[in-house]
Design a protein around this ligand. Structure first.
Ligand code: NAD
Length: 347
């Protein structure tokens, strides 16, 4: 029986974040009104079969009718826009305006940082900074809102030749990951399909009384590239090597704007070794092993500033303790995804 006070407006419904939210919230009786790019395909069909889910197909850009439709009768919202849908600032602001008009009681927005505001030498990553602009707009509107920052998805990894997270199977059966992340710098990791939904559900249950205005890192593990390779090595029982490479190889066609994003990543992480999530909300009392301020571009003042006790993963883990680790992902899910991609290395 749906709770009539709990209808959630969602966009990019078949995306990994939103689909995870839809699975989690419908399991406990919430109703969902979700925009999707297409109602065809495995995920859309699976979601359409869940109880109390209404899917609305169409683009969000310049589509006020569709935006108003998804907020109709909704009290809360989970909003994660997608660059494939077009101008994320325009879409994000239109969604926030619609939420304000509807008096949405809790707006959870999937944001990302603009590094350039933290250090003049750091570039703003175009596909992230636009989300930060929308975050600021939401704050200005005074919507009761919480801002989740998604870590790097475990299932970005694939042996397909996509840039940045290609886990390459070499002819001798070993694995190799090449990327411009410094080998010993810890990065935040998230199993989007497994863990976004339950964590976001808990944020809704806690409500804006607890989380209004907060930035929450949706990251359950902090692991360096070398540690990630160790997890894959153990899970797949074959050697896995990490190679630090400043230039990202692009071997396949990529969506518009992604090349600029990759160029920014090369500078931000490859050159400056910047923190993945910058700023005081994400600065915890952890020591960065092997940090070198000349390379990182952080002043000694910045490097030694410690504003919060604990670990970056604490909030996510307290929201949803049974998260899926990257080891577990590699052992259980990666193999299935690879099989679905027609790979045969596991046979
Ligand atoms: P996703 O990448 O899993 O899904 C993309 C969706 O886009 C699919 O459901 C598909 O139906 C839809 N789509 C395909 N073509 C489209 C089009 N032309 N117009 C609109 N939609 C189209 O989605 P996600 O991962 O839930 O969300 C993506 C966002 O998450 C991005 O903004 C990305 O920057 C952000 N993010 C990703 C990571 C990561 O590690 N991958 C980490 C943090 C944030």
């Amino acid at each position: 029986m749906p709770n009539r006070n709990k209808t959630i407006a969602i966009v990019n419904g078949t995306g990994r974040q939103a689909a995870s939210v839809i699975r989690a919230v419908t399991a406990v009786g919430y109703a969902v009104r979700a925009q999707v790019h297409s109602i065809e395909g495995l995920v859309a069909e699976e979601l359409a079969d869940l109880p109390n889910v209404s899917l609305f197909e169409g683009p969000l850009l310049n589509n006020q009718v569709l935006i108003d439709t998804i907020f109709e009768g909704a009290q809360i919202a989970f909003i994660n826009t997608n660059p494939l849908g077009g101008d994320e600032i325009k879409i994000g602001k239109a969604l926030a305006n619609a939420a304000k008009k509807r008096n949405i009681q809790h707006f959870i927005y999937s944001s990302m940082p603009d590094h350039s505001i933290h250090n003049p030498r750091w570039p703003a990553l175009p596909l992230w900074a636009c989300k930060f602009t929308v975050e600021n707009y939401i704050r200005q509107l005074g919507l009761p809102a919480t801002f989740v920052y998604a870590g790097i998805y475990n299932n970005n990894f694939t042996s397909l030749p996509y840039p940045l997270f290609c886990m390459d199977f070499k002819d001798d059966g070993t694995l190799e990951w090449r990327a411009p992340f410094h080998p010993d710098t810890k990065l935040p990791w998230l199993d989007a399909e497994h863990d976004v939904g339950p964590a976001v559900l808990q944020i809704f249950k806690d409500g804006p009384g607890k989380w209004n205005g907060h930035r929450i890192a949706l990251a359950f593990e902090m692991l360096s590239p070398i540690q990630v390779c160790q997890a894959f090595e153990k899970a797949l029982e074959r050697p896995c090597k990490y190679v630090f490479q400043k230039r990202i190889e692009v071997k396949v066609p990529i969506p518009n704007g992604y090349r600029e994003q990759l160029a920014g990543i090369e500078i931000l992480f490859g050159e400056y070794n910047a923190p993945y999530f910058p700023g005081p909300d994400f600065e915890y009392d952890i020591r960065r092993k092997g940090s070198n301020d000349t390379i990182t571009g952080r002043s000694s003042n910045e490097a030694s500033r410690k504003t919060k006790a604990g670990k970056l993963t604490d909030e996510a883990r307290s929201l949803w303790p049974p998260y899926r680790s990257i080891y577990e992902y590699a052992k259980e899910a990666f193999v299935i995804e690879e099989e679905a991609n027609g790979k045969t290395w596991m046979i």
